[in-house]
Design a protein around this ligand. Structure first.
Ligand SMILES: CC(=O)SCCNC(=O)CCNC(=O)[C@H](O)C(C)(C)COP(=O)(O)OP(=O)(O)OC[C@H]1O[C@@H](n2cnc3c(N)ncnc32)[C@H](O)[C@@H]1OP(=O)(O)O
Ligand SMILES: CC(C)C(=O)C(=O)O
Ligand SMILES: [Mg+2]
Length: 517
């Protein structure tokens, strides 16, 4: 490791990030992001490419009005017109940088630029000199440095340092390099440049190595890292700022006191803002800012985390500005996590009831991807009640009601015996309720029927509430039913109402003995 400890974070979300297909942002949106990037503590905000369009020029100009701590940077080809526009776009910046670039790899020089290496050096020097007339802070990039020849890189870097460049950026423009290779390139260039300028890296993610390559570069002397929020950027994107920063923080033992100016608690809010504005959501399993990055789904992990967070967490959700980690209840969860969530929701169940509830929870989790708090509340309210379950639904079959007569076959357990019957109705629900009436011998009058979705998603539970009057001398009773299937929830609700009704009448007053009373 080299001695100097400060690594500058150069954010290019508004420039290279905007080069992600579909990520174009308008001026107001860019201002919001720039303001948040400053709050995050980035050292340099690359606000755009002034010559690209009047809109880009205007956005850079406006960003200069609101950003006063971070340096605002404008990108330009090694072309006079671009550099003049970059300089003009930064006129009002408190701290300004012009970033000029030209490709240095044989393939780019020959086929794209159609320039000799000598011409490329001449253009680079002229560009830096012109940029210097606008600001002292000039960055020069050797585009496609990852595929450029080392002697030529050294030659052009010497020339631009002489012309006044203060930061030398070494981009792996096409994401070709492996971490050890990138580290070796940076080590050699850092050794060559010494204290004459800051070495920067700009890694693309074509092989998924942008962050690794950036980290190896830092280990070998790079003191500026160019990166973007959520890893946005041309093609497969750039190195993700949040990953670079959190890797150096979490593995401070390896990075030996390396520091950035980033307030990591602003990482998550910044990520959300960029996702909301660009409409590009990080994948759920994306490191640091993905929806699942601090979520634990399986019972063994949940148990471990509940006992000691560090068993399965190398950093904490709070470090990046998330309120807390997430224990996701689902089919892989165990009793510890389930009990903990019940207690958090205010349920204090006996061990026996907890076991009962856990069994129901597992059955539900087999059918539903994620169990939300509302699902649990309903599950408990519905299943752990003191109402004796005189009748219990065992099975339900309904006939296709798109043509013909709606019908239902219902199996109910009563007094240890399973009874099956079938009936027809004016609709499927009517057929279900009438069949339950036939089996139980109680005839209910449906006063109200309501159905609503509990929790979120396509597989949300259906909650059915019925209000039924089973005899004229008693008031109506409410029944609740919960299932991912609305018909099943309806049958459960109706049977629930029946059980409530039966629990209200004297226990010796069974239907047989009450007949004729
Ligand atoms: C690796 C990167 O991310 S580089 C940055 C990418 N960003 C952008 O391209 C920003 C958006 N770009 C644009 O709006 C346009 O491309 C503009 C305004 C910059 C230029 O548009 P045009 O003048 O129509 O040129 P066009 O884009 O078609 O071609 C690029 C030209 O610039 C030349 N060029 C490319 N890079 C450089 C450079 N760094 N320095 C000098 N010339 C360059 C090319 O050789 C080509 O020149 P030619 O017209 O003589 O063949
Ligand atoms: C303009 C340069 C720095 C760039 O984006 C790249 O080479 O990827
Ligand atoms: Mg780039």
């Amino acid at each position: 490791m080299k001695n100097d400890k400060r690594v500058y974070i150069f954010d290019t979300t508004l420039r290279d990030g905007e080069q992600s297909p579909g990520a174009s942002m308008n001026t107001e949106e860019k201002i919001k992001i720039a303001t948040q990037l400053q709050r995050l503590g980035v050292d340099v905000i690359e606000a755009g490419f002034a010559a690209a369009s009047p809109g880009d020029f205007d956005a850079i100009r406006r960003i200069c009005e609101v950003v006063d701590k971070s340096t605002v940077c404008s990108l330009a080809r090694a072309v006079d017109r671009d550099i003049i526009q970059a300089g003009e776009s930064l006129a009002d910046a408190k701290h300004k940088r012009i970033h000029t670039f030209i490709a240095t790899s044989p393939i780019h020089m020959e086929h794209k630029l159609k320039m000799s290496p000598e011409e490329v050096i001449r253009r680079a020097v002229a560009a830096v000199k012109l940029a210097k007339t606008f600001t002292d802070d000039v960055e020069f990039s050797c585009e496609d440095a990852g595929r450029s020849e080392m002697p030529f890189l050294k030659e052009i870097l010497d020339a631009v340092i002489e012309a006044g460049a203060t930061t030398l950026n070494i981009p792996d423009t096409v994401g070709y390099r492996l971490p050890q290779e990138m580290g070796a390139i940076i080590e050699e260039l850092h050794g060559h440049v010494g204290e004459r300028a800051i070495i920067s890296v700009h890694c693309h993610n074509d092989l998924g190595l942008a962050v690794a390559n950036s980290l190896f570069s830092v280990m070998n002397g790079a003191r500026q890292v160019e990166c973007t929020i959520n890893g946005l950027g041309e093609r497969a994107g750039n190195a993700a700022l949040e990953e670079v920063v959190m890797a150096m923080k979490t593995r401070a033992d390896v990075f030996e006191g390396i520091e950035t100016g980033i307030n990591t608690k602003e990482i998550y809010p910044t990520s959300r803002l960029v996702a909301a504005i660009t409409g590009i959501e990080p994948q759920p399993n994306k490191a640091i800012v993905g929806k699942n990055a601090f979520a634990h789904e399986s019972g063994i992990h949940q148990d471990g985390v509940l006992k000691c967070q560090e068993t399965y967490e190398i950093m904490h959700a709070e470090d990046i500005g998330l309120e807390t980690n997430r224990i996701v209840l689902g089919k892989h969860s165990g009793r510890h996590a389930f009990k903990e969530r019940l207690e958090a929701l205010g349920f204090d169940l006996s061990p026996e009831d907890l076991n009962k509830a856990f069994e129901r929870f597992k059955l539900l989790a087999d059918k539903k991807k994620e169990i939300f708090d509302d699902d649990i509340r309903m599950l408990i309210a519905n299943e752990i009640t003191n109402i004796p379950q005189a009748y219990e639904l065992v099975g339900l079959q309904i006939a296709d009601c798109s043509a013909g007569v709606p019908s239902a076959a219902v199996t109910i357990r009563h007094d240890g015996e399973e009874i099956t019957d079938a009936g027809i109705g004016d609709g499927t629900i009517d057929a279900i309720f009438k069949t339950i009436d036939r089996i139980s011998g109680h005839s209910g009058r449906l006063l109200d029927y309501r159905v609503e979705a509990v929790s979120q998603g396509k597989d949300a539970l259906a909650k059915v509430v019925v209000n039924v009057q089973f005899d004229e001398n008693n008031s109506a009773v409410i029944g609740h039913g919960l299932s991912i299937d609305t018909m099943l929830a309806s049958a459960k609700a109706y049977i629930g109402a029946l059980n409530s009704y039966l629990s209200m009448i004297p226990s010796n007053c069974q239907i047989d003995s009450c007949e004729g009373v």
